[in-house]
Design a protein. Structure first.
Ligand SMILES: C[S@@+](CC[C@H](N)C(=O)[O-])C[C@H]1O[C@@H](n2cnc3c(N)ncnc32)[C@H](O)[C@@H]1O
Length: 294
């Protein structure tokens, strides 16, 4: 499936639009409950750090199927929450869920957060769960989000720590590599580890107009399915691109290795891998007082 419409995005985000507004977004929308359950240890950390007040106006960047946006809207009962995302499928799913949950102060829009023309200072809090790692231009995207926040408005993000701390990426990618030497996901470039290095996180956010950057590390078991068979379906649905070009023998080897690692991580709580993420908090700097310009 190709992109469902011609949303205008920054040139650096065209491939992301094709993926998230295509097959990948459709898969995420159809399996939103699985992804939400996987993210649950970090979701609680994010929402606690966000400390949303009743009257807050909340922006959720890369909201996906909108669990974070809907929870923000419940917390901001006399305020509102806007979720934006590249994926029309996930935005549709988020709207459907918001209606089913009877929420009237939550809104969703398909848009590129990097260039969307937010009203200046329109939000008290900006959230983002595992989405900022996909921005094509981190500096531009965070500067745009900073403008959308009022002075002293708060930013709260969840991002992954390094590959070394995330067993789930190493094990699942390693199994599907089936002996191939695949390049490790590079640190600092777009993808899971784009915002894993604390120094880089501080540099990007202070450069974009934030201050008081604070990182809290969390390690948690990450759930992939009720049992190995359930997790196999879920993971393969997401990662089948990794075995698409293999010949039959190599594909069988990769699938066998995937089954083995999932079986080895099958516990009483389902299939669980070690993972580690940052909960990042920052505050939008106050603009300098007028008349201070040279
Ligand atoms: C890993 S998913 C996370 C979705 C959701 N936050 C969650 O935790 O379930 C990443 C999301 O970021 C969105 N995204 C990536 N780049 C974006 C951009 N420039 N503007 C808006 N959304 C973006 C994708 O469409 C995708 O839904």
């Amino acid at each position: 499936m190709g992109p469902t419409n011609a949303l205008h995005v920054d040139a650096s985000n065209v491939e992301q639009l094709q993926a998230w507004d295509g097959d990948e977004g459709a898969y995420w929308a159809a399996h939103a409950d699985y992804f939400d359950r996987s993210a649950s240890p970090y979701h609680e950390k994010l929402m606690t750090a966000a400390a949303i007040a009743t009257t807050d106006r909340v922006l959720d960047v890369g909201c996906g199927a909108g669990q974070t946006t809907r929870d923000a809207a419940r917390a901001a009962a006399a305020g509102s929450a806007l979720g934006i995302d590249l994926s029309s499928q996930m935005i549709d799913e988020a709207r459907r869920r918001a209606v089913a949950e009877g929420l009237s102060n939550v809104f969703f829009e398909q848009a590129d957060a990097q260039i969307y023309q937010f009203a200046a200072g329109a939000f008290d809090v900006a959230l983002s769960r595992s989405a900022a790692i996909f921005f094509g231009d981190q500096a531009a995207a965070f500067a745009n989000i900073a403008r959308a926040l009022r002075p002293r408005g708060r930013l709260v993000l969840t991002t992954w720590q390094s590959l070394a701390d995330n067993e789930w990426v190493r094990e699942i990618m390693g199994a599907l590599a089936a002996g191939r030497q695949l390049p490790s996901p590079p640190p600092n470039s777009r993808g899971p580890f784009a915002l894993s290095d604390p120094d880089r996180i501080r540099d990007v956010l202070t450069g974009a107009g934030f201050t008081d950057v604070n990182l809290e590390g969390t390690t948690a078991g990450m759930w992939f399915g009720d049992d190995a068979a359930d997790a196999y379906e879920f993971v393969l649905g997401l990662m089948s691109w990794m075995v698409r070009d293999l010949d039959d023998a190599a594909r069988q080897r990769a699938l066998g290795e995937l089954r083995s690692t999932l079986a080895a991580h099958d516990t009483a709580d389902g299939v669980v891998y070690e993972s580690a993420a940052w909960t990042i908090q920052a505050t939008r700097k106050r603009p300098p007082p007028e008349g201070n310009d040279p």
